[in-house]
Design a protein around this ligand. Structure first.
Ligand code: CAA
Length: 286
């Protein structure tokens, strides 16, 4: 068992994943400091959290008092210096290696040298991100799944220099969140996305080739295979921009045709059809 005790968690980036991760920690009694780049993004992150916990209140899974308590455990900031007292930091900003490396570089000046630093990257190299930090042995990947409050898996990505004690501590922390940790090496896609995205990409090709309607492609996998969502609806949930980035990175690393992004995916991203978050993707949302 790990000796480490965690009480204050820093979350950098409060988009869909970051806000979901902040909610998971706050739900489990941790104090959370959420950091965003500007006030507008802070407002968006706060709204996301209010909406998500509001849904739980409406479904009578949480009382209004519990919702308030949960939200009160989260403080918001636009200054990374406010992470000084965090004993675990998760970065969940856009999938840009440069931006992520810059954050891990700046974290050296902010947190104690033993504070564990994690990235929620889906497909970038955790090793490369970790080398921006003066203490790469304390860096791991913690890959949550969307929606983070619901999906019970966290992939913990170890690099060749991640300290075993850090890995054990993060595993114990994930268990405390009521989620299942799996450990994997630093290869684009990790375990789940490597297996999932070839399938999703194939479904987009079917749709692009007018082989079947979007509804029938999705119905086939839901009712024939018992998946909770069809592949096109799932892509809308993940975000087509995120999906494109993940496929493109996996394709560039492995050069396998399975992951060469279907052309229509890029076109939809260019046209701003990113899925649920923009109100339109393969489907249209209110
Ligand atoms: N935030 C918080 N809670 C949410 C939520 C959200 N965004 N969406 C759904 N929920 C909760 C609901 O409140 C509900 O909770 P209770 O059971 O406690 O009432 C529960 O989830 C079920 O929701 P619904 O009844 O509204 O809908 P559903 O039964 O159709 O489930 C779903 C919705 C959970 C999204 C389900 O369809 C599902 O699991 N889909 C597959 C999702 C998936 O594969 N995710 C992985 C994507 S890949 C990834 O994330 C990796 C990456 O790097 C991109």
């Amino acid at each position: 068992m790990s000796e480490r005790q965690f009480s204050t968690i820093g979350v950098i980036g409060l988009g869909t994943m970051g806000a979901g991760i902040a909610e998971v920690f706050a739900r489990n009694g941790y104090d959370v400091i959420g950091v965003e780049i500007n006030d507008e993004h802070v407002v968006r992150g706060r709204e996301h959290l209010e909406h998500s916990t509001g849904r739980a209140v409406r479904r009578e899974k949480m009382t209004e008092a519990e919702q308030k308590e949960l939200l009160d455990r989260i403080t918001f900031s636009t200054d990374m210096a406010d992470l000084a007292r965090a004993d675990f930091v998760v970065e969940a900003v856009v999938e840009s290696l440069e931006i992520k490396k810059d954050i891990f570089r700046r974290l050296d000046e902010v947190v104690a040298p033993e504070t564990i630093l994690a990235t929620n990257t889906s497909s970038l190299s955790v090793t490369e991100i970790s080398t921006a930090n003066a203490h790469p042995g304390r860096v791991v990947g913690v890959h949550f799944f969307n929606p983070a409050p619901v999906q019970n898996l966290v992939e913990i990505v170890r690099t060749v220099v991640t300290e075993p004690e850090v890995l054990e501590a993060v595993k114990a922390l994930v268990h405390q969140l009521g989620k299942n940790p799996v450990v994997c090496g630093d290869k684009a896609g990790f375990i789940a996305n490597t297996l999932l995205f070839g399938y999703l990409n194939h479904a987009v090709s079917f749709y692009e080739g007018r082989y079947a309607s979007r509804e029938d492609i999705d119905a086939a996998m839901r009712f024939g295979c018992g998946y909770p969502m069809g592949p096109l609806a799932l892509l809308d949930l993940i975000g087509l921009d995120t999906a494109y980035e993940i496929l493109d990175t996996m394709y560039k690393q492995g050069r396998d045709r399975l992951h060469a992004p279907a052309p229509i995916l890029k076109q939809m991203v260019t046209a701003g059809l990113l899925g649920r978050k923009t109100g339109r993707g393969f489907y249209t949302y209110e």
